[in-house]
Design a protein around this ligand. Structure first.
Ligand SMILES: [Fe+2]
Ligand SMILES: [Fe+2]
Length: 140
């Protein structure tokens, strides 16, 4: 569970074990969840726009990490992010309950299916690099 909140949230089930990425996912999720409590509903597009901007920034962070760790599926992951940003725009234009729910589900599914693979890659790459460094120290 996030250190910033003691309240259990559904997104806690989707923690990947990467502090920064988990923190960003939670912030986006919290922003999306806030919409359900928003009265009047006219304010929803603005909240969605804020969540979209936070998501775009988060995607840029993921892209940077993918480059740093030579992630082999970077291009495919980028395409999926583009589709997700289009879903945001569509929901901003048509903020129906169905579209809002779909957006939240898509976001959580993305974490579970794609980001979890990518974070596993980072972890194994970090391990490989530290092993490599130790080899160089021992065999120099
Ligand atoms: Fe992500
Ligand atoms: Fe992602």
């Amino acid at each position: 569970m996030s250190a910033t909140s003691n309240k259990f949230s559904r997104v806690d089930l989707y923690e990947l074990g990467h502090e920064e990425i988990d923190r960003e996912h939670r912030a986006i999720y919290d922003a999306l969840e806030a919409m359900w409590r928003t009265v009047p509903p006219d304010a929803i597009p603005e909240l969605l726009e804020n969540a979209r901007i936070a998501t775009r920034k988060h995607f840029e962070h993921e892209h940077l990490l993918m480059k740093i760790y030579n992630y082999p599926f970077l291009e495919s992951h980028l395409e999926i992010h583009e589709v997700a940003l289009k879903s945001f725009l569509n929901t901003i234009n048509y903020p129906t309950t169905e579209n809002l729910q779909e957006l939240v589900d898509e976001f959580l599914n993305h974490i579970l299916l794609y980001d979890s693979l990518f974070v596993d890659w980072i972890k194994s790459e970090q391990h490989r690099r530290s092993t490599d460094d130790r080899h160089h120290e021992v065999y120099r």
